[in-house]
Design a protein around this ligand. Structure first.
Ligand code: NAD
Ligand code: DAU
Length: 342
């Protein structure tokens, strides 16, 4: 492994992973391949932009020619695919791009990996592929996939394609399925950065339904370390869950966030729920633990550190929230919030 193509590397987790890999492996070259959708942001990569081992290519994973040219030009031996449309609420409004990138785009990358005989293809997946998980159970990697939103279905389809390329062509693949990541550079449509930035501005926090849905909030740096470990020591053809093994209700997450930022509970608004909202995700993480990995942060530490990062990095998020985001926010929350006023 020497020349690694990181697709979606200008997004939240991808950029954290790029920074981690450049720092940890002085012998690796990292080529970020990213379409720069609304969620892609080169500000995330400013700290490595002068590094001679970092290169950026603007491209779509659905475009086989540019993918092939990039593999040839940089002598790529490994692909780590983070590229995806990632917001569940947007997938409910407009599923098209989710299917394009998550299904067709994954196929294009797998086919390129096969034709160029790459050393490894690694797929970044999600705990959402398992669907809603009843109390008392935690998903293991061999569980059946039961996605319930267009986003989750696009990710599960990607996983199935990856598996098919392993079985049919013997492509050296691995998959990681992460729980909810939080930390620096997360687009402020996701709940923790949305609520942190709203709270900092004294704006309402639109909590869906009763707020008692459960998520496993994990620090993005921990997730990146686990992906790195699977890339280097994971078994080919296998999937690995990555989380904390401990879930938290959204109402608790909001309390921690508000307390960290010194803002009032009065900002919380219970708004109409997300259609088909998965009530609980929960991962069994024994398999990744057996490779020697442990999360370094509890969910509470991750929430506090993330809140502080948004408090201290207005330069990063203010320009995002003043752009395309405003239209999105009005469509997604306008009516819901006005309904709480009457
Ligand atoms: P993000 O939305 O912040 O970033 C996605 C990146 O992919 C952006 O830079 C975007 O420009 C790029 N992209 C989108 N479509 C593309 C295309 N067709 N071609 C090239 N680039 C394209 O997402 P994220 O939260 O960093 O998630 C990264 C990956 O991790 C995704 O595959 C997601 O499903 C998975 N994941 C995310 C979480 C989470 O909590 N955020 C948890 C588990 C798994
Ligand atoms: O579980 C992993 C997944 O986590 C990733 O695969 C996805 O890419 C990522 O977006 C995330 O999906 P979620 O739907 O869990 O994340 P989101 O931040 O959108 O929502 C987290 C919880 O907060 C969920 O129960 C819905 C709730 N929520 C969300 C928003 C945006 C609210 O109550 N209000 C909100 O405004």
């Amino acid at each position: 492994m020497k020349n690694i193509l990181i697709t979606g590397g200008a997004g939240f987790i991808g950029s954290n992973f790029v920074i981690h890999m450049l720092d940890k492996y002085p012998e690796y070259n990292i080529i970020v391949y990213d379409k720069l959708t609304y969620a892609g942001n080169l500000d995330n990569l400013l700290s490595v932009s002068d590094n001679p081992r970092y290169h950026f290519v603007k491209g779509d994973i659905c475009d086989p020619l540019t993918v092939a040219e990039t593999i040839t030009r940089y002598n790529i031996d490994t692909i780590v695919n983070f590229a995806a449309e990632t917001h569940v609420d947007r997938s409910i409004m407009q599923p098209d791009a989710f299917i394009q990138t998550g299904v067709y785009g994954t196929y294009v990358l797998l086919e390129a990996a096969r034709q160029f005989g790459l050393e490894r293809y690694h797929q970044i997946s999600t705990d959402e592929v398992y669907g809603h998980i009843p109390a008392g159970y935690s998903s293991v990697e061999t569980d059946k996939l039961d996605p319930r939103s267009p986003y989750a279905a696009s990710k599960a389809s990607g996983d199935l394609l990856v598996n098919a390329y392993f079985i049919t062509y013997g492509l050296p693949v691995t998959i990681t399925r992460g729980s909810n990541n939080i930390g620096p550079f997360q687009y402020p449509e996701k709940v923790v950065p949305l609520f942190a930035t709203n709270a900092l501005d004294g704006l309402p926090l639109p909590l869906y339904g009763d707020g008692r849905q459960m998520r496993e909030y994990q620090y993005v740096g921990d997730h990146c370390e686990a992906i790195d470990l699977v890339l280097h020591t994971g078994k080919l053809g296998e999937a690995y869950n990555i989380g904390t093994g401990v879930e938290m209700e959204n109402v608790t997450m909001v309390e921690i966030l508000l307390e960290t930022l010194g803002r009032s509970h009065d900002l919380i608004r219970h708004v109409a729920d997300r259609p088909g909202h998965d009530r609980r995700y929960s991962l069994n993480i024994d398999k990744i633990r057996a490779l020697g990995w442990e999360p370094r942060h509890t969910a509470e530490e991750a929430i506090r550190q993330t809140a502080v990062w948004y408090r201290d990095n207005e330069w990063w998020w203010r320009k995002i929230k003043s752009g395309e985001f405003r239209q999105y926010y009005e469509t997604q929350y306008g009516e819901r919030l006005r309904a709480t006023e009457s």
